[in-house]
Design a protein around this ligand. Sequence first.
Ligand SMILES: Cc1cc2nc3c(=O)[nH]c(=O)nc-3n(C[C@H](O)[C@H](O)[C@H](O)COP(=O)(O)O)c2cc1C
Length: 164
Amino acid sequence: MAERRFDRDEIIVSKTDPTGRIIYANEVFLRVAGYREREVIGRPHNIIRHPDMPHGVFRLLWQTIRRGRECFAYVLNRAANGDHYWVLAHITPTFGTDGTIISFHSNRRCPRPQAVAKIAALYAELRAAEAGREGPEAAETGYHTLVDRLHRAGVSYDEFVFAL
Ligand SMILES: Cc1cc2nc3c(=O)[nH]c(=O)nc-3n(C[C@H](O)[C@H](O)[C@H](O)COP(=O)(O)O)c2cc1C
């Protein structure tokens, strides 16, 4: 399956409800992922999840944004026809007037190939740690492997992302 790339000046945008169901996707999202708008609205965001993505990364991502913080992450996604594409995502929560989270918003740019090579090596390590485990147990193991790795390097995931 082929790798898809998108232009440096393009941004893939989507918004979700607090549970991760897609409520908005821009043209670039639909083109790169290969879906029509009606096929994604209301669906969980994991419809574009690539099986090579470690569960632990999503555990960290959700933990960060549920706490009301922004998160930067490299994510490998899968298009409708099975092609894959890397993104550097910036995900932010939106708060209602009562202070609760009412939606999440993700802006994604096309990452530099050198950064992708480095993050792909880390993700392969996390997948190996998760191998043979299912669902929450895999996420827990991958998450702890990632956190240990970052702890030893003395950086947060965001700092790690920007050092690539
Ligand atoms: C705003 C927002 C954007 C997201 N974007 C993606 C994405 O591009 N690709 C992806 O695989 N998961 C994305 N996720 C995470 C998914 O909700 C989901 O946690 C992930 O695909 C893993 O699926 P699973 O939780 O069923 O294992 C996003 C979540 C939010 C809140």
